[in-house]
Design a binder for this molecule. Structure first.
Ligand code: 5GP
Ligand code: ZN
Length: 117
């Protein structure tokens, strides 16, 4: 586990390869993988490789990597065959419903069988 990682963090363990994940993208800054419990036909998580616990912990140094996450999302959706649009969601803190304290962007697309009409 690299120095920028939290040894108790499940997403740092995925970055380090200590826990398996269905990876869809990786570069020096980011990793993207399928959510283990998808809420949509296509549901991936995009994370910074560096451990940042939540959006309340970001600093100006994180602007570039957060921007990369935003720009990567539509590219991944296109690669995964999503043509009808998608949602990008970041949950923050207790009242934001955050369960894993390593910043992650949910990117959810695909047909919406739950939607009306
Ligand atoms: P949060 O509520 O923190 O925004 O969402 C955490 C997400 O991480 C959930 O959608 C959950 O299914 C996903 N997740 C939690 N543990 C794992 C894991 O070990 N592997 C993968 N691929 N997803 C996980
Ligand atoms: Zn972490």
């Amino acid at each position: 586990v690299p120095m920028s990682a939290d040894p108790n963090c499940i997403f740092c363990k995925i970055v380090a390869g200590h826990i398996p994940a269905k990876k869809v993208y990786e570069d020096e800054d980011l990793l993207a993988f399928h959510d283990i419990a998808p809420w949509a036909p296509v549901h991936v998580l995009i994370i910074p490789k560096r451990h940042i616990a939540s959006m309340v912990d970001v600093s100006a140094d994180d602007q570039a990597v957060l921007g990369k996450m935003m720009v990567l999302a539509p590219k991944l959706m296109a690669e995964l065959g999503v043509t009808g649009g998608f949602r990008q969601v970041i949950n923050t803190g207790r009242d934001g419903g955050q369960e894993v304290y390593h910043v992650h962007m949910h990117v959810m697309g695909g047909p919406r069988p739950w939607a009306k009409g």
